[in-house]
Design a protein around this ligand. Structure first.
Ligand code: ATR
Length: 282
């Protein structure tokens, strides 16, 4: 018999899966979103061993979990696992957001929209007709190419240490806009916007781009973030760039888009970036 007073007080559960994941900011970001929007959710971080992704995902779904964020190194595995993909996830070749729908698992990729919204809304940069340099040709770069091309830049150049990978990526996206792949040595002009999508900053390394790529009005963006300026940001400043940013806004932006997919509510991004910035610098 149904007890009319027995309301369902269970909280919808979400998590981020990755390896390593202990330092992920996602639980904090989603807690801030939930508080701000009055949504009752639980969001945890789950460390998954290599080879254990499918099992972990299946367990989370079977236990009634509603959705997941997927981070390094499982985004490509998540892409292969899901039953349906959004168009942007299909193109990205990687899934960072999963929603367990009735009867199927949906995969999305919100990284690109996170980057584009940070550039256009938070930094107020119009990408149309601009020359953009995207450094790196791995998963992080691939995930943002189509959303960048949708902004109709004059040209998107992908430069990578392993040149073949940049050329192959440009080939995949050639029908979506003006795009070209090359090596760092081939770069002989300055760019309006330079985006670092390599893993170099993680290791504290500098990407070998010629300083002539940077002009005073180049906007230099590192997808990495931290308590202090990244190696790339410091180098861009030394080369004379007046505007540079880390990727904290992209991180919060992609999380906001995942939150919207799951909850149908758009959280305020700016206040969460400000809060996280304070916490990072503390
Ligand atoms: P992710 O999923 O983070 O993109 P990835 O697929 O392993 O990781 O790709 C890492 C990217 O960072 C690649 O473009 C890599 O260049 P290569 O393809 O030549 O390996 C780039 N990268 C990593 N360390 C770098 C460094 N020290 N200098 C320049 N590029 C670097």
């Amino acid at each position: 018999m149904t007890d009319l007073f027995n309301f369902d007080t269970r909280v919808d559960r979400y998590a981020v899966m990755g390896n390593p994941v202990a330092h992920s900011k996602s639980p904090r970001i989603h807690a801030l979103f939930a508080g701000q929007t009055g949504q009752k959710i639980e969001y945890t971080a789950i460390q998954v061993d290599p080879g254990g992704f499918e099992q972990a995902l299946g367990n989370f779904q079977a236990s009634g979990g509603k959705g997941l964020n997927i981070t390094v190194p499982f985004k490509e595995e998540a892409w292969a696992y899901v039953d349906k993909r959004t168009a942007r996830a299909e193109l990205a070749g990687a899934v960072n957001t999963i929603k367990f729908e009735k009867g199927y698992v949906l995969g999305d990729n919100t990284d690109g929209v996170g980057l584009v919204s940070d550039l256009t809304e938070n930094h107020r940069i119009d990408l149309q007709y601009k020359n953009i340099l995207l450094m790196g040709a791995g998963g992080a770069a691939r995930g943002v190419i189509a959303p960048l091309l949708q902004q109709r830049p004059a040209k998107l150049i992908i430069a990578n240490r392993t040149v073949d990978k940049a050329v192959a990526l440009a080939e995949i996206f050639k029908d979506y806009g003006s795009i070209e792949g090359c090596g760092y040595d081939d770069l002989d002009t300055s760019f309006d916007i330079i985006i670092n999508a390599t893993a170099a900053s993680l290791a504290g390394d500098l990407v070998p781009i010629p300083p002539l790529c940077i002009a005073a009005d180049s906007f230099c963006y590192d997808m990495m973030y931290g308590g202090t300026a990244t190696v790339f940001m410091r180098w861009a400043k030394d080369c004379g760039a007046l505007q540079y940013s880390d990727g904290l806004g992209m991180l919060v932006g992609q999380a906001a888009e995942s939150f919207y997919l799951w909850r149908g509510v758009r959280p305020d991004i700016k206040s969460v970036i400000e809060q996280l910035r304070k916490e990072l610098q503390a």
